[in-house]
Design a protein around this ligand. Structure first.
Ligand code: CTP
Length: 426
């Protein structure tokens, strides 16, 4: 019931949602782990969750009634005086943790359904959210579950603690076992740590990504193996740090990021990419050119399919617009970052490009190294600026993206100068 503020009201709770999976018993240990770290815990049980562990168990562990209903009922004895109390509850939370989160729960949260207390609180809270899924291995691997996870993973402020591989209650062995309570509690601590104000907040950044396609005739084209994943990771990381991102990307099988704050600008050819980049550059604070732009294009794409013939086929190829060099010429206040994909030590070429293209930073990588660069989930790069050279060892492209953004933010801030005057610096 509503009443005078108690000491508990001044200690915002971690809301722990427990859904109907056999791992629900582990939520009892998670309550303890969170309490040992000094947190107040309030438990929200779904209907399924309450069938595995009784509300009474959680009430005894937390010293507060476990919450099971969206609306108060005369018999419930729960602390809901009116139908808006779930909003107050959601807003009072310092974090919302769901452990275990069943496949059904993930589907509901991914699609924004709000038919019980937990799913309603999920929509209404602005606190960090930590989901710890647990289910049968086939349910975990099902494309529907994986699609829901991808949707959820893209949401800002939401972390997923992946299940472990191991023996499952259903008798199968595989992914799907709830992460250990200590690991979930550690993820909660990480989510609660204040995020330092980012130099990217409110900045406009132009990013190019992926390959370009240069048509030879209506059915054939020149392209390259770039997946676009490095540029996509940069776009995602910049948007998560509060930047407004304009992502110009060529045709690729990789899914472009759907985060809020990212404007997607799909293009096909180098000239289309150049037109978009040149039109947008003046209004940007930084440009990061991660695209593998074709250096040449067929001079005269055939209007109809080229038929095979016993004769040699001679093609005339024309250079495309060098977007990086062109932006380097037009640069006024913007930070300009290019990439140098080389086979072998990328540092000499990176340093040469830094000067030749009037860039502030060149990210060099050795594409001959196995497991990194083109078409890989990982990268290993060297950052070359006028004053510095730093090697970033092999890591996921997401991690490398964060490190590249930090390095760009640490560059000396350009002093606005008229275009074409040679890029004076402070
Ligand atoms: N780039 C560009 N426009 C082009 C070609 C490349 O903006 N038409 C950019 C890439 O996005 C990347 C950098 O320039 O940031 C790569 O530099 P570049 O000298 O073109 O690389 P390579 O073609 O690989 O260099 P080289 O031919 O010297 O090996």
């Amino acid at each position: 019931m509503a009443g005078a503020a108690s000491p508990a009201d001044r200690n915002p709770p971690i809301l722990l949602g427990v859904t109907g999976g056999v791992a629900a018993y582990k939520a009892c240990e998670l309550v303890r782990q969170l309490q040992q770290r000094g947190h107040r815990v309030r438990v929200i049980l779904t209907r399924g969750g309450a069938r595995f562990v009784s509300p009474l168990t959680f009430a005894a562990l937390t010293g507060e009634p476990a919450l099971t209903r969206l609306f108060a009922s005369a018999q419930s004895g729960e602390a809901f005086a009116s139908s808006i109390d779930h909003i107050a509850l959601a807003q009072s939370a310092k974090a919302l943790v769901v452990a275990p989160a069943t496949a059904h729960c993930l589907a509901k949260l991914a699609h924004g359904l709000a038919d019980d207390l937990l799913s309603t609180v999920y929509l209404a809270t602005s606190a960090p959210i930590i989901l710890a899924p647990s289910m049968n291995v086939n349910m975990w691997r099902h494309p529907a579950t994986q699609a829901n996870l991808q949707t959820l993973a893209r949401r800002p402020g939401l972390a997923i603690v992946a299940p472990e591989a191991g023996y499952l209650a259903c008798g199968m062995v595989g992914d799907g076992r709830l992460a250990e309570p200590a690991e979930i509690a550690a993820a909660v601590e990480t989510a609660l740590r204040p995020v330092p104000a980012s130099a990217w907040a409110g900045r406009t950044v132009l990013i190019t990504a992926g390959p370009t396609r240069e048509p030879l005739d209506p059915v054939r084209y020149f392209s390259n193996r770039s997946s676009g994943r490095m540029g996509f990771a940069l776009a995602r990381a910049a948007a998560q740090q509060g930047a407004r991102v304009q992502l110009i990307f060529g045709p690729t099988a990789a899914e472009p990021p759907a985060d809020p704050g990212i404007e997607l600008i799909p293009v096909t050819t180098a000239e289309e990419m150049a037109a978009q980049a040149l039109a947008r550059f003046a209004a940007c604070d930084a440009a990061i050119l991660a695209a593998a732009v074709a250096d040449y294009r067929p001079a005269r794409p055939a209007p109809a399919k080229i038929k095979k013939s016993p004769d040699a086929l001679h093609l005339e190829l024309l250079p495309t617009t060098d977007i990086l060099a062109e932006l380097g010429r037009r640069k006024t206040h913007q930070l300009l970052v290019g990439f140098a994909a080389e086979t072998g030590d990328p540092r000499p070429a990176a340093r040469a490009k830094l000067a030749a293209k009037n860039a502030d930073l060149i990210v060099g990588n050795d594409v001959a190294q196995p497991g990194v660069g083109f078409d890989s989930a990982d990268n290993a790069v060297v950052l070359v600026s006028a004053a510095d050279e730093a090697a970033l060892p092999r890591a996921s492209k997401d991690r490398i993206a964060g490190q590249i953004l930090a390095a760009i933010a640490a560059l000396p801030r350009p002093v606005p100068v008229p275009a074409n005057s040679g890029g004076l610096r402070a």
